[in-house]
Design a protein. Structure first.
Length: 258
């Protein structure tokens, strides 16, 4: 009988794994290549997950030069999700900063991410280039889940302009409160979260963070007019790749996740 071990190599499978125990399953070529890189052998045990919840232990059944098959064990309904939903609404950062912060945000438990092109965004992505970057971010999120033990892959939404995003917020207001992280915030995030624990657990929360240089004054005022709550992360000005991660850690510490 196959059983779960945190030490097993973990692989994301982009196909439903709701198959009977004992089924021999051929893994995708990219996973087969990863198995080869790790020098696993027939009989070794791995963990597979499809991002829909839970995971499936499996034993390597056969290895070819560019292929691999596994024998599935019984599905295990294990989860590693926070008990509240956190959405990251992130102004696109330049260089590899966006990759880095997204990877770490997935490790810290975000449920989804909305990348935004704002007035001060250094990177402008449109058309095919935007689609390639979105696919790259999704692959990065899946890899982060493999590494950190999550079985539900966060949604990475298509890039939106600030104008389009704010128009959507006007027409369909979100249930979860939107927290605008800004040096000009009226109160510390931790203090607000401590007082709003019941609401956060019931409805989740959305973190709105600007790119390098932050949101412009006009964008901040638009966000506040749409109901965003301006909050601070202390007396220091944090970089965009630091702010979201600090906010996630502060929320988890306040709400008992850490």
């Amino acid at each position: 009988m196959l059983c779960f071990s945190r030490m097993m190599p973990r692989f994301f499978i982009d196909a439903p794994l709701a198959l009977p125990a004992g089924t021999v399953f051929e893994v995708p070529p990219a996973v087969a290549q990863h198995i080869q890189v790790l020098r696993l052998r027939p009989g070794d045990t791995v963990t597979l997950f499809d991002g829909r919840g839970g995971e499936t232990p499996a034993q390597i059944h056969d290895l070819g030069k560019r292929s691999a098959s596994v024998m599935l064990g019984a599905h295990v309904p294990r989860e590693a999700e926070p008990p509240y939903r956190i959405t990251l609404i992130q102004g696109i950062a330049g260089g590899d900063k966006m990759d880095w912060l997204l990877e770490k945000a997935v490790e810290l438990g975000i449920a989804d991410c909305q990348p935004l092109q704002t007035e001060r965004s250094e990177v402008r992505l449109h058309g095919e280039r935007a689609m390639r970057r979105e696919a790259h971010w999704l692959a990065l999120a899946r890899a982060a889940c493999e590494q950190c033990g999550r079985n539900r892959v966060p949604d990475i939404y298509p890039i939106r302009s600030w104008r389009d995003w704010t128009a959507t917020q006007s027409n369909t207001p979100a249930t979860a409160p939107t927290l605008l992280l800004s040096p000009r915030g009226a109160a510390p995030l931790g203090v607000w979260a401590r007082d709003q624990q019941t609401e956060i657990r019931a409805h989740g929360v959305r973190l709105l963070i600007g790119p390098e240089g932050g949101l412009s004054p006009d964008e901040e005022q638009q966000a506040i007019a749409l109901g965003a709550i301006p909050l601070t992360l202390g007396p220091r000005v944090l970089r965009t790749e630091t702010a979201g991660l600090a906010a996630l850690a502060a929320l988890h510490a306040t709400l008992g996740e850490f």
